[in-house]
Design a protein around this ligand. Structure first.
Ligand code: FNR
Length: 386
């Protein structure tokens, strides 16, 4: 299986990435916190929802074009922010942004990206989104916001669920740090991934380009780990969100909302959208799956703010289920990372095609021709998470 057209589903990309990306970075993507219970349920809860198949309905002309915060999108899916993306594939953030813009969906660049905001802006044509973590160093945050504005980013995705860090056992065991621990296993692993090594050799870009050389006390990689560990701000409050909103002045999306009371506060903050997200099961293990948390939040605030979700989406069928349960948009994290690690930009493009095709065909099976008409009625048991 070596050409993009031979790939037929996200699982194909996952398997290929597992073979091609060094274990340390593959595991970084394919893991959740502690028991990984929430990580697994993000995916498995989608399988509990069953479609209502309809027949003999004219479904010849179908469209899944939509909009997210007023931006026209080829399908209601955006690429989620993911840290260290440039370690799955050299220049990963640039390649991901390019694939997304060609397909016509938004790309979100993480604060913890390898390529910087300026790198991505210099290699793309359309505005992308920037994801912000709130750090204790507020001067640094101000400069990051200003850099995102200068790069013409069209939305700020403010992640709220990382005041403390979830622990992933695999990262510790693999020696994932900056720079990585040079264990024998890691060195052997590198040598056995020639494709990855070749792609990395071609890159000259700085690593952690949003931070190194920009944050006080982080002149090089060796000081990054301790800086990062100390900087995520446990004292983050809604007052800070108000301040960030004012400083940014553009579209604001709040990420990491899992509770209807927090969703209400998100509405009151004046944000443009909120994302029902448990950080892909990487933060609070034991939290519900995102898809099971979605209906309650959509019911509570869906008429006042755009409600999106991410976590566990592995197909266009999952996208459709999220829309049916009240999401106006969705985000994908690991499907993007697997396809990038497996095949670079061509992989991401193919992954988006696969998801769009599954979305289109499933909508047809359910007797619908327009994604705007999708609601709970396409599901036989749409109330199981109420
Ligand atoms: C993430 N996620 C994340 N979120 C964020 O706001 N900033 C970040 O830097 C990261 N980093 C990150 C790294 C990796 C390897 C993963 C897998 C995830 C969370 C991400 O944006 C999204 O919420 C989840 O990935 C969605 O779940 P799925 O699609 O991966 O199941």
């Amino acid at each position: 299986m070596s050409t993009p057209s031979q790939i037929t589903c996200v699982e194909d990309f996952r398997r290929l990435a597992e073979r091609r990306v060094p274990r340390m970075f593959y595991d970084y993507a394919d893991s959740g916190s502690w028991t990984e219970g929430t990580y697994r349920s993000n995916e498995s809860d989608f399988h509990k929802l069953k479609f209502r198949q309809r027949v003999a309905v004219d479904i010849e002309k179908r469209t899944y074009r939509s909009s997210m915060i007023g931006i026209d999108v080829a399908m209601p899916v955006a690429i989620a922010p993911t840290g260290l993306t440039g370690m799955q594939h050299a220049d990963g953030e640039i390649l991901g942004a390019r694939a997304a813009e060609k397909f016509g969906i938004p790309f979100t660049l993480s604060t913890m990206s390898i390529c910087s905001i300026e790198d991505v802006a210099a290699h793309t044509h359309k505005p992308f989104w920037f994801q912000l973590y709130v750090m204790r160093d507020r001067d640094f945050i101000e400069r990051l916001i200003d850099r995102a504005k200068a790069a013409n980013c069209s939305a700020l995705v403010l992640t709220l669920d990382l005041q403390v860090l979830g622990q992933r056992h695999k990262d510790i065991k693999n020696g994932l740090s900056t720079p990585p621990r040079p264990t024998l296993a890691n060195l052997v692993n590198l040598v056995t991934k020639p494709r990855w090594c070749m792609s990395m050799l071609g890159t000259k870009r700085r690593t952690f380009g949003n931070i190194v050389g920009h944050a006080k006390g982080v002149g090089d990689l060796s000081s990054l780990s301790s800086w990062t560990a100390e900087q995520f701000d446990p004292a983050l409050s809604w007052k800070d969100i108000e301040w960030i909103k004012k400083r940014w002045g553009g579209k604001l999306i709040l990420k990491g909302i899992m509770d209807a009371e927090d969703a209400r506060l998100a509405v009151e903050s004046g944000a443009d959208a909120l994302i029902v997200s448990n950080h892909g099961g990487r933060q609070l293990d034991g939290a519900p799956s995102s898809i099971s948390a979605l209906p309650n939040i959509a019911h509570a605030v869906g008429k006042e703010i755009e409600v999106w979700m991410d976590g566990g989406i592995r197909s266009g069928q999952d996208v459709l289920k999220a829309i049916a349960l009240g999401a106006k948009g969705t985000m994908i994290g690991r499907p993007f990372l697997y396809s990038l690690g497996a095949m670079g930009e061509a992989g991401v493009s193919r992954c988006l095609q696969v998801i769009a095709n599954e979305l289109d065909i499933t909508m047809g099976f359910c007797g619908h021709t327009d994604i705007h008409n999708i609601d709970r009625s396409i599901l036989l048991n749409g109330d199981i998470f109420d």
